[in-house]
Design a protein around this ligand. Structure first.
Ligand code: AMP
Length: 396
């Protein structure tokens, strides 16, 4: 396997798969540039050794082709500022015009391609699409830890077109080292904090974590599917009906395995999804009709904090509430502070996933946890001991 430190980039065009899936506000400004910053060492290495760089990434979840709000043109200025040179932009990621732009790229220059997911073939892992992408570089570098668990065209399938000239970037190298450390040596009690909105994408991981952890703190929108599974009334809170039964099975399995699952005792509920909403704090199992739980309440905060402070290893993925709105940020903020305090008391803490990273940055605590991972799902799957296709494709 080639390594970025030993490879000779002089006169070569490096096609780098980065994870620039950054959060944008309603004016399409980048609100958290952690993922862009994290890719800079790899980009600079290629440039400083006489190469040019073609960057490819996805942004958000476009459904049917191009959409302005998911265009990577929204982040070109931010990338240029962070690398310190003017980054060129290609309005697509494949095709003759793009080939020409790439051929005209000089050593020391960077071209950012348009969102890969504007083509359905990206997520399908289409061979032909991957081949077309591969023609844009002499050497392929995967530095997108956040998508390493996906067998997509640009993260996995493409690697076969670079039998020799393929390698990891610095970010993936660092991520693998940090996550491996926690796997090899996790001191008990181990606590996983899982929040965010999408229970569908995290429930399998929660189930698999039952064999690895002592406590699971559930927060965010997914808490209400668990509350419903326990027979609670959750008003208008976010619910994924299809997963109520799985949630009930997980609760039972946890009991058998002696894993403590903390579902928030109380919630801050709102009469609509806005910072101006009328709010009340109530039992999570008894949210009035017309109200939706948007943050964990004071009792839940106290219980979660006690559990975190008692832990020696902490994994955190997903916010406890709608922390982007000041009225519903307290749960996430208090949990972030507890993770920082536990870390200063000697615990090892790993925080991963776009929104948890945005949260930890919002509260200026990124330097007070052991490792901030740029990958959410990828981090959790790697921790479960799964082989990530993006990593396997490079390692061979
Ligand atoms: P995910 O991408 O699944 O990690 O979800 C992150 C998003 O979940 C954030 O943008 C939060 O605003 C949102 N979120 C957290 N708690 C809730 C909740 N109780 N109801 C709805 N959305 C929530």
């Amino acid at each position: 396997m080639e390594s970025i430190d030993n490879y000779n980039f002089s006169g070569k065009r490096a096609l780098i798969r980065v994870d620039f899936n950054v959060p944008l506000d309603t004016d399409l400004n980048v609100t958290d540039n952690t993922r862009i910053k994290a890719a800079i060492p790899t980009i600079k290495k290629v440039l400083s050794h006489g190469g040019s760089v073609v960057l490819m990434s996805h942004l958000g979840r476009p459904k049917n082709g191009p959409e302005t709000k998911f265009s990577l043109s929204n982040i070109v200025d931010e990338v240029s500022d962070l690398v310190g040179i003017n980054v060129k932009f290609a309005t697509d990621c494949i095709g003759n015009d793009i080939q020409k732009m790439v051929q005209n790229l000089q050593a020391g220059e960077i071209l950012l391609l348009e969102n890969l997911r504007f083509h359905r073939e990206e997520k399908k892992g289409d061979d032909n699409f991957a081949k077309q992408l591969s023609e844009l570089g002499d050497v392929y570098i995967n530095d997108a830890f956040g998508t390493a668990h996906r067998a997509h065209a640009s993260t996995t399938v493409i690697a076969q077109f670079f039998p020799n000239d393929k390698m990891f970037g610095y970010l993936i190298e660092k991520e693998i080292a940090s996550v491996s450390k926690i796997m090899a040596n996790s001191k008990k009690p181990v606590t996983a904090i899982i929040g965010g909105a999408k229970i569908s994408s995290k429930i399998i991981i929660i189930e698999n974590l039952l064999d690895k952890v002592d406590n699971i703190i559930i927060g965010g929108g997914m808490a209400y599917t668990f509350a419903k599974a326990q027979g609670g009334s959750v008003g208008n809170s976010l619910i994924e009906e299809d997963f109520i039964e799985t949630a009930a099975i997980i609760l039972k399995k946890a009991q058998t395995k002696g894993v403590q699952i903390l579902i928030p005792t109380d919630s801050v509920a709102a009469d609509n999804f806005s910072n101006e909403a009328k709010t009340l704090t109530c039992s999570t199992n008894n949210i009035p009709d017309g109200y939706m739980g948007l943050d964990i309440g004071e009792k839940a905060i106290a219980e979660n904090v006690a559990c975190i402070l008692n832990s020696k290893t902490i994994l955190w993925n997903g916010p406890m509430g709608v922390f982007e709105m000041s009225k519903f940020q307290k749960g996430t903020e208090e949990i972030a502070r507890a993770v920082a305090t536990a870390t200063s008391n000697g615990a090892f803490s790993l925080v991963g996933g776009g929104d948890s990273v945005a949260a930890i940055n919002k509260f200026n605590l990124a330097n007070e946890v052991s490792h901030v991972s740029t990958g959410g799902g990828a981090m959790l799957e790697y921790l479960e001991g799964k082989e990530l296709p993006g990593i396997q494709a490079i390692q061979g």
